[in-house]
Design a protein around this ligand. Structure first.
Ligand code: DOR
Ligand code: ZN
Length: 388
């Protein structure tokens, strides 16, 4: 069969967790970059929940120094904040040109996730205020802590022995994301902050972003591939490997995300590459397993499969009828939009060569991430990054 080759700029993954320093057994900058590179990425934005967390000038400097040795991928960093002092540190870092070249903006967690960086109301509001003042992008992990806590308590009251991982989606319900986004949009309106919602996972969330954009607010959002291709029905095969924050949702929510892509409400696809070791995922109670899935190497082939008119999920019935993708769409969602939103100045040069006809099967053991597994194990995809 003849091969069809197309070119694209090296892509941008605006949401990865590379775990260095602190958790190098899960991933480090080198292995994370290798996975990203193999997945067609040339620029990634890395999150602050490392150890030490990226909440001080010193911690950011340390990360930047480590990133200097990585040549194949340009690693940029988000700054975190769980207390007012961290926001002061961010202010300092933002004013230092040698740090600014790799500092993308600030990331704030509305509830705890891996790394327990959930911030209280005062810190969240201060982050919106200061980022607006500095003209820095602010990214939010939008899940409401109070709604999550209440939902969790309710489940554990009713089913104290619960271990089934599917309960996790009830413990962090859709209403929690909606509430946090509502609050965030209020702050963005009040202060004029450039605000970006990470891994949007609900229909209501898409609606809120759509309305905020109509209103002319500087609000943008991203969705993650696992919410585009997996639902709560996948818990049966994935177990704790399907556990992440925000959690898997129903097919109805998934459909709204694809709709948001189709109508331009969704600006970016960011992988939320968050590797954990299988032995951590499968160590006893699935509900207590760490949250997060790897994804930076698998996103492009999954999207290319949709662009080729297919659906990569092995259960054909899970196909979302409004799931549509094109090469232009991939370029817009994974290059042009994140490049603009985060002022990354990534080069437009078309360095990525893709064989859109190559069919292959995803196997975690053959991918570059250290964790050696993928939630898409055995999935047949169409479209492959060539050697370059
Ligand atoms: O599932 C997740 N994993 N969500 C997050 O917010 C953090 C991430 C991680 O770092 O493991
Ligand atoms: Zn994340």
């Amino acid at each position: 069969m003849t091969r069809t080759l197309i070119t694209l700029p090296g892509l941008i993954d605006c949401h990865v967790h590379f775990r260095e320093p602190g958790f190098e057994q899960k991933e480090d900058m080198e292995s994370g970059a290798a996975a990203a590179h193999a997945g067609g990425m040339r620029t990634v934005c890395e999150m602050p929940n490392t150890n030490p967390p990226t909440v001080s000038v010193a911690a950011l400097k340390e990360k930047i120094q480590r990133a200097e040795r990585i040549r194949n991928v340009d690693i940029r960093f988000f700054f975190g904040a769980t207390e007012a002092g961290h926001i002061q540190e961010f202010r300092k870092a933002w004013s230092m040109p040698e740090l600014r070249k790799r500092l993308v903006g600030m990331k704030i967690f509305f509830d705890h996730s891996t790394g327990d960086q959930g911030a209280n109301t005062a810190v969240i509001e201060e982050a919106f205020k200061v980022c607006a003042e500095l003209g820095a992008p602010l990214v939010g992990h939008c899940e409401d802590a109070a709604i999550n806590a209440e939902a969790r308590e309710l489940i554990l009251d009713q089913a104290p022995e619960a271990t089934d991982v599917s309960f996790y989606s009830l413990m962090r319900p859709c209403a929690s994301e909606a509430r946090a986004i509502e609050r965030a949009i209020q702050y963005a309106r009040m202060y004029g902050t450039q605000f970006h919602i990470a891994h949007l996972s609900t229909a209501r969330g898409v609606e809120l972003v759509r309305d905020a954009k109509k209103e002319g607010l500087p609000v943008t959002c991203e969705v993650a591939p696992h919410h585009l291709f997996l639902t709560i029905d996948d818990y049966a095969t994935l177990g704790a490997r399907g556990k992440m924050n925000p959690p898997l949702r129903t097919a109805q929510e998934q459909k709204a995300l694809w709709q948001g892509i189709a109508d331009g409400t969704v600006d970016c696809i960011g992988t939320d590459h968050a590797p954990h070791l299988l032995k951590e995922k499968e160590n006893g109670n699935p509900l207590a397993a760490p949250s997060g899935v790897p994804g930076t190497e698998t996103m492009l082939p999954l999207l290319l499969t949709v662009a080729a008119g297919g659906w990569p999920h092995p259960n054909e019935k899970s196909q979302i009828e409004n799931a549509q993708m094109s090469m232009d769409g991939i370029k817009r969602l994974c290059f042009t939009n994140p490049n603009r939103i985060f002022n990354l100045n990534a080069t437009e040069e078309e360095v990525l060569q893709i064989d859109t006809t190559a069919e292959w099967v995803l196997h975690g053991a053959e991918l570059h991430a250290k964790c050696g597994w993928t939630p898409y194990e055995g999935w047949r995809v169409k479209g492959k990054v060539q050697r370059f």
